[in-house]
Design a protein around this ligand. Structure first.
Ligand SMILES: [Zn+2]
Ligand SMILES: [Zn+2]
Length: 63
């Protein structure tokens, strides 16, 4: 996933879950770089994103 705050790309499992510092319990993934609280992506959104990324097999083809 990509941090919505600083743009740092990290694995969801590398982020800090259940930090214990969030009010009402932590249901987010904290960015390992800036500690921003990124909301967890539902699996539905992940699969939709995979559908799109499969179309474009090339990586780093930015103009
Ligand atoms: Zn938290
Ligand atoms: Zn971040």
């Amino acid at each position: 996933m990509i941090c919505a705050f600083c743009g740092h790309e990290f694995d969801e499992h590398d982020g800090k879950k259940g930090c214990g510092g969030c009010a009402g319990g932590c249901h987010s993934v904290h960015c390992p770089r800036c500690n921003y609280k990124n909301p967890l992506e539902p699996d539905v959104i992940k699969s939709i994103r995979n559908l799109f990324s499969k179309k474009d097999g090339h990586k780093g083809d930015t103009q």
